[in-house]
Design a protein around this ligand. Structure first.
Ligand SMILES: [Cu+2]
Length: 286
């Protein structure tokens, strides 16, 4: 009982000393994702600035912060906004209109914001990013993992139907990038020193299961939006289901450079060219 009271008081103190109001804006824009082989794939994304980019920004909050969010729809069709596993209804954003929403997260973890309209079509087209709610100050890395198929994206963007049973994606990205560009993304490239605590936020915003295999190190599951019983497990491969989000902890026990990749080997390629897919390395120094 006393221990419970202590935790309650500490939590209150934490909120009182750390709480902040974070204001952010997201701009919905359509464009083309430039694949690793320069192929152009129709894409729609949330953007930090009022122009198209092929990645959705990560919103980072400290536990206890409230989020004041504006979403501007610069696209030519209606979109919606929602956060997965947050008990608020999705909100419609008519074309060329905007919305404002306040959110509060009572649990640290990793949350996916997305466009649920006609799911999975708008999410698949690119409209999904992550919100990392932190209760630590460790080095953190962020992976929005996703697969693409030019024909599917083209059809969906044109308002045509697709047959998901015959879906066979060709491109695989982390934060909109494939190998070797992933290594130049400081949000994605896991680097650190032996004994560091490193935290990796992963969200699968595609339609395939992506099984991430870590060579050289085990990871501990700190958070899973889909399988809460997986928390605490130590392993080297983490399947991530569509719209699942994870938080993983890595404490490297040795220096080295080791591959990290999607264990479905087609996903380590781009249009059948290996290793231009969901493939990077973790770099640990003494
Ligand atoms: Cu492997």
């Amino acid at each position: 009982m006393k221990k419970g009271l202590l935790i309650f008081c500490c939590t209150l103190l934490y909120f009182a000393s750390h709480s902040a109001n974070t204001s952010r804006s997201l701009f919905i824009h359509g464009g083309n994702l430039i694949a690793v082989n320069d192929s152009l794939i129709p894409y729609v994304s949330f953007n930090e600035f009022d122009s198209f980019s092929q990645n959705n920004p990560v919103i980072t909050l400290n536990l206890g912060d409230s989020l004041s969010l504006w979403v501007y729809n610069r696209d030519t069709i209606e979109h919606q906004f929602a956060i997965k596993n947050i008990d608020k209804p999705s909100i419609s954003i008519p074309r060329l209109d905007s919305i404002h929403i306040d959110y509060f997260f009572s649990q640290a973890g990793n949350y996916i914001y997305y466009d649920p309209l006609n799911y999975p079509t708008n999410t698949f087209l690119g409209l999904a990013g992550m919100i990392a709610v932190k209760n630590h100050n460790y080095s953190s890395f962020y992976w929005n993992i996703k697969e693409h198929d030019k024909l599917w994206n083209t059809r969906i963007r044109a308002g045509a139907k697709v047959d998901w049973d015959t879906y066979y994606p060709k491109y695989f990205t982390i934060n909109g990038k494939s190998n070797p560009m992933i290594n130049e993304d400081s949000q994605a490239r896991i680097t650190g020193k032996v004994g560091d605590t490193l935290i990796l936020y992963i969200a699968n915003t595609g339609q395939s299961i992506h099984s991430i295999h870590f060579h050289g190190y085990h990871v501990t599951v700190l958070f899973s939006s889909k399988y809460t019983t997986h928390v605490g497990r130590s392993k080297d491969t983490c399947p991530v289901f569509p719209l699942e989000s994870l938080v993983l902890q890595i404490i490297p026990d040795k220096p080295g450079e080791y591959p990290v990749h999607d264990h479905n080997l087609v996903a380590a390629s781009a249009n059948n060219t290996y290793p231009n897919g969901m493939f990077t390395t973790i770099l640990i120094t003494e």
